[in-house]
Design a protein around this ligand. Structure first.
Ligand SMILES: C[S@@+](CC[C@H](N)C(=O)[O-])C[C@H]1O[C@@H](n2cnc3c(N)ncnc32)[C@H](O)[C@@H]1O
Length: 218
């Protein structure tokens, strides 16, 4: 009932322009299929992290399909989505009262400011899953929108001055977020599943040797 009222209110209020947030929510059907696929590969995380959780469909799908979760962390910059995720979680447990109940933290925060290192430290012996669909937007698009939705270190690929000013300096913020996740959790047991553009994953694979990143898997 509460969800119905909220969705009616959402429809009446005009949505602000969210182009700078690369906002394409993953529908619950796809999120469910993705987590079922992971479960079929015997992936059963104890800690689930959704770095830009939106309306929380990956979190709900994880709660539904992984039975050993102890902690869930979701981060989202847009407050209405933070509330929507929280209500979706309550709704899930009301409909599935016998499911495992982990500790869940949904934080209203900019992913570039959130302290993921503390999670890595506190859960260093746990099996972790980073899952989600980070924002689909590039720094040049953000420039044209006059947006500041960027990491503080925009030259994180260490390009030379000229390259940084030309095409080579262009990057997708999903690439920065994916790299941050790999760097932060690389010494832990676990898996990473993020929906990103082909170009993003190519850059990450290409840079892996340069950055001497550890394998991040079981
Ligand atoms: C592509 S959508 C995907 C949402 C969700 N992960 C999913 O799979 O449905 C990207 C999400 O990132 C959020 N976002 C964009 N910039 C952010 C930032 N700097 N910090 C945290 N969240 C951000 C957007 O509001 C949006 O909900």
């Amino acid at each position: 009932m509460l969800k119905k009222v909220l969705s009616i209110t959402n429809n009446v209020l005009e949505e602000p322009d969210r182009a700078e947030y690369g906002d394409f929510q993953t529908n619950s059907d796809l999120a469910n299929k993705v987590t079922l696929h992971l479960a079929s590969k015997n992936i059963s995380p104890e800690v689930v992290i959704e770095p830009t959780c939106g309306k929380g469909n990956f979190i709900i799908a994880s709660l539904r399909n992984f039975k050993e979760i102890k902690n869930v962390f979701g981060v989202e910059i847009y407050k209405p989505y933070v509330w929507e995720t929280k209500f979706n979680i309550v709704d899930f447990f009301l409909s599935n009262p016998n499911s495992n109940k982990p500790e869940i933290s949904i934080v209203h925060c900019n992913v570039f400011d959130f302290d993921f290192k503390t999670i890595a430290k506190e859960h260093s012996t746990n099996n972790i899953l980073v899952i989600g669909n980070p924002p689909w937007v590039t720094n040049s698009k953000l420039g044209s929108l006059n947006s500041t939705n960027l990491p503080k270190k925009t030259n994180f690929k260490n390009h030379s001055g000229l390259d940084a000013m030309t095409g080579k300096g262009n990057f997708d913020i999903a690439e920065f977020i994916t790299l941050t996740m790999i760097e932060t959790f690389q010494n832990m047991k676990g898996n990473l599943l993020l929906l990103v553009k082909n170009s993003v994953i190519k850059n990450i694979v290409f840079d892996q040797n340069k950055k001497s990143l550890q394998d991040f898997r079981n």
